[in-house]
Design a protein around this ligand. Structure first.
Ligand code: HEM
Ligand code: NAG
Ligand code: NAG
Length: 240
C-alpha cells in the first residue's frame, strides 16, 4: 500500500514543523491556553484551542477580544474523563448567554484525570465576530476567567456558571501560533495534541508568558497512525 505509506510520511513531515504556542496564566498555576491557527493573512480563520487546567478549576474561559463583553467566550470544564465546551457571549457583566456565532468540534484528545482536565477544540467563529476580529499577523490581547466552582450539570453545555473568582488578560502572538495548513488539518482532523508535560517552560510575564511547545502534534487519525506505525521504522516511530 504505497499510497497509504506516502500519506503517513507526508503527515509526519508536516507535523514536524508544527509547534503549538502556549500562554501560561501565572495567576493560576497549571492553567494554560494553547492556540494554533493555519497560515492565513486575515480573519475569519479556524482556531485550534487547548485549555489545560488543574482539577481545582471548576470552569475556565477565554475571551477572544480581550474583554468580558461583546466578544466570543469559550468556556470549558471537566466532565467525567472528558471535558465540555460552551459557547457564550456577554452583553453585560452578568452570566453570559449561549452564542451561536461560534461552533466547536471537541477533539478526541480532550481528557480529564485526577489532577487536570484538558479541553481541545476546533473553533469556527472565534476569529471574527460582530464588532471585532483577530489579526493573524500580530500579538492579540485575550482575557481569561475561571472559578474554582464548576457547573452542577457538567455534561450540559448550557449549564449556568458561577461568577469568576479570578480573571485577567494575556497577550498571545498569533504569528507564533501559525502552523502550516496541512499540519493544522492534521491536528484538528487527527484528534488534537497530546497532553502537555508538567515541566513546561516558565512564564515570562506577570500575566502569563507565551512559549512554543516543543511537543509535536499527533498528525494522524487512529487508523492511519496504526498503519504508519506498522510501516515505518523504529527510529521514526519513536517520534510519534
Ligand atoms: C456568571 C458569569 C459571570 C459573571 C456574573 C461576571 C461578572 C463580572 C463582573 C461583575 C465584572 C466586573 C467586576 C470584576 O472585575 O470582578 C466582570 C469582569 C470581567 N469578567 Fe466576568 N462575569 C462572568 C463570566 C465571565 C466569563 C465567562 C469571562 C470570560 C473570560 C469573563 C471575563 C471577565 C473579564 C475579563 C473581566 C474584566 C473586565 C472586562 O473585561 O470586562 N467573565 N465580570
Ligand atoms: C451546545 O451543543 C450544541 C450541539 O453541539 C450546539 O448546537 C450548541 O450551540 C451548544 N451550545 C452552547 C451554549 O455551547
Ligand atoms: C492528566 O492530564 C493532564 C492534562 O492533559 C496531563 O498533563 C497529565 O500528564 C495527566 N496525568 C496523568 C497521570 O495522566
Amino acid at each position: 500500500m504505497p499510497g497509504v505509506k506516502f500519506l503517513g510520511l507526508a503527515a509526519l513531515a508536516a507535523s514536524a514543523s508544527a509547534q503549538i504556542s502556549e500562554s501560561k496564566i501565572a495567576d493560576v498555576p497549571g492553567l494554560s491556553f494553547r492556540i494554533a491557527i493555519p497560515e492565513t493573512q486575515a480573519a475569519p480563520f479556524d482556531v485550534y484551542l487547548s485549555i489545560v487546567a488543574p482539577k481545582t478549576t471548576g470552569w475556565a474561559s477565554i475571551a477572544w477580544g480581550g474583554k468580558m463583553i461583546g466578544n466570543p467566550l469559550t468556556i470549558g470544564w471537566a466532565n467525567g474523563d472528558k471535558a465540555t465546551v460552551s459557547s457564550r457571549w456577554a452583553k453585560s457583566r452578568t452570566a453570559p448567554a449561549a452564542y451561536a456565532g461560534a461552533s466547536y468540534t471537541v477533539l478526541p484528545s480532550t481528557t480529564s484525570n485526577s489532577t487536570h482536565w484538558q479541553l481541545d477544540v476546533l473553533c469556527s467563529g472565534c476569529s471574527q465576530w460582530e464588532g471585532g476580529k483577530l489579526d493573524p499577523n500580530s500579538a492579540a490581547n485575550f482575557a481569561w476567567a475561571k472559578n474554582t466552582k464548576g457547573p452542577t450539570n457538567t455534561a450540559l453545555n448550557t449549564s449556568s456558571i458561577s461568577y469568576h473568582d479570578s480573571h485577567g488578560q494575556f497577550t498571545h502572538d498569533l504569528k507564533l501560533a501559525k502552523i502550516p495548513q496541512s499540519a493544522f488539518d492534521a491536528l484538528v482532523g487527527g484528534g488534537g495534541a497530546p497532553a502537555t508535560s508538567a515541566a513546561a517552560p516558565p512564564s515570562s510575564t506577570a500575566a502569563g508568558g507565551q512559549s512554543t511547545s516543543p511537543r509535536l502534534a499527533p498528525p494522524l487519525g487512529v487508523a492511519v497512525l496504526a498503519l504508519t506505525t506498522v510501516l515505518l521504522t523504529g527510529s521514526v516511530r519513536r517520534r510519534i
